[in-house]
Design a protein around this ligand. Structure first.
Ligand code: AMP
Ligand code: MG
Length: 273
């Protein structure tokens, strides 16, 4: 099977049931938009996200789970800061998944994840996620191949369970080029206010770039379902990345056709004195 070659504007989810070739996705893509246009559209999206989140909370029927994955300097954090501006912090929780603790490792790989999936009415944002267990774990051979391979099916079953329980799942791979990563790392080294962000350990991950791309391609292809789609987001331009992510969120939330719960009976006659 030939991987699909995406053309032009890349806001749509990756087609399901097909291999993924990340080299076919241009990280510099801007959808033919100018920065100013994209900023305007982002503002509109953020306003709409705020309205939709209020309905999500009021109705208490649906939940939203946003998964962010990227290579280092793919700037998941800045995506969270910009795009999540649209959400009321009271209804939205951000979780970052780092190296598992001893306790976490003593459980199945989804144990630590499941505790942070959003209840109805809420949004959870995952900065890294259960996908690390088929990415870094695979590339660094932290478990035998048989173990990480079986995880695709575990992930699909887990995400199906969430979807069946009212969770809308959106997964974003923020796609930067290796050259863009080089520039961002160098910037972290050169600028006193950014040096704290530089982790020399990230260079080891950079050295395995190709292996990571293969791991991402397989993770995306194997765990890409209509109820839990992956988006490959061109992320060399932050302003375009923010627009793509926010557009996908708005579109998915619109599709839920949410409404406010019914008003208390007889509210029309009520008068406050
Ligand atoms: P950071 O996002 O910069 O705080 O780094 C978190 C680190 O935790 C990254 O190097 C991830 O690859 C690593 N990490 C996250 N999840 C796992 C996991 N399940 N197994 C091993 N390492 C992980
Ligand atoms: Mg890091």
């Amino acid at each position: 099977m030939e991987p699909t070659k995406p053309i032009g504007h890349q806001t749509s989810a990756v087609p399901t049931g097909q291999p993924v070739d990340l080299s076919a996705y241009d990280p510099d893509e801007t959808g033919g938009l100018t920065k100013a246009d994209a900023r305007e559209q982002l503002k509109t999206n953020l306003r709409r996200m705020a309205e939709l989140q209020e309905t999500l909370y009021a109705q208490g029927k649906h939940a939203l789970l946003i998964v962010l994955q990227a290579m280092d300097a793919g700037v998941k954090d800045s995506t969270i800061r910009h795009v999540m501006d649209g959400f009321n912090p009271q209804g939205c929780h951000v979780y970052s998944f780092g190296v598992p603790t001893e306790e976490e490792l003593a459980h199945d790989f989804l144990w630590r994840i499941h505790q942070h999936t959003p209840p109805r009415g809420y949004v959870s944002i995952f900065n890294r996620s259960h996908y690390e267990d088929v990415l870094v774990v695979r590339v660094n051979k932290l478990v035998p191949e048989k173990v990480w391979r079986a995880r695709y099916e575990h992930i699909n079953n887990f995400e199906r369970l969430l979807a069946d329980s009212g969770v809308t799942i959106l997964k974003f791979y923020l796609h930067i080029s290796k050259e863009e990563q080089r520039e961002r790392f160098q910037d972290r080294i050169d600028r006193a206010d950014k040096q704290w962000k530089f982790n020399p350990g990230d260079l080891k991950t950079r050295a395995r770039w190709k292996d990571y791309m293969r791991a991402f391609e397989d993770a995306i292809a194997n765990c890409n379902k209509p109820w839990a789609p992956w988006y490959v987001v061109p992320a060399n331009r932050k302003w375009y990345r923010n627009l793509v992510v926010s557009t996908a969120i708005v579109e998915a939330m619109e599709q839920l056709k949410m409404s406010y719960p019914p008003a208390p009976k007889g509210i029309e006659e009520m008068k406050i004195d």
